[in-house]
Design a protein. Sequence first.
Length: 108
Amino acid sequence: MGYFFVTKKVKICYKKLGKFRIYSYIYYIRMRDMKIKEFYLEAFPTDDLGLELNEKPTFAGLLNQLIVGGDVYQYIGVGDSIIRERLFERLAEELEVSYDYVYNLWLK
């Protein structure tokens, strides 16, 4: 299949984490299109804080924030650790890696 990158950011992310398990372009597309707020409100409908999440962030963007050392809380628009943990769990599921792997990206 070869490598196909939608944006320069994804290419940079892949180079920076060569061992990172992004299996295919399809994973990226699914993550790119999955809006964090939409996912969160569907998965946790009783959590009113989810309504305060920014509209535009995606899981691909969240991954990018982790890789480049960005401010995750600013990106998602909410400074709540429970929401962050839930989003990290979902990101780990999408990437088929452990939660600890995603969490350690954040700590670096």
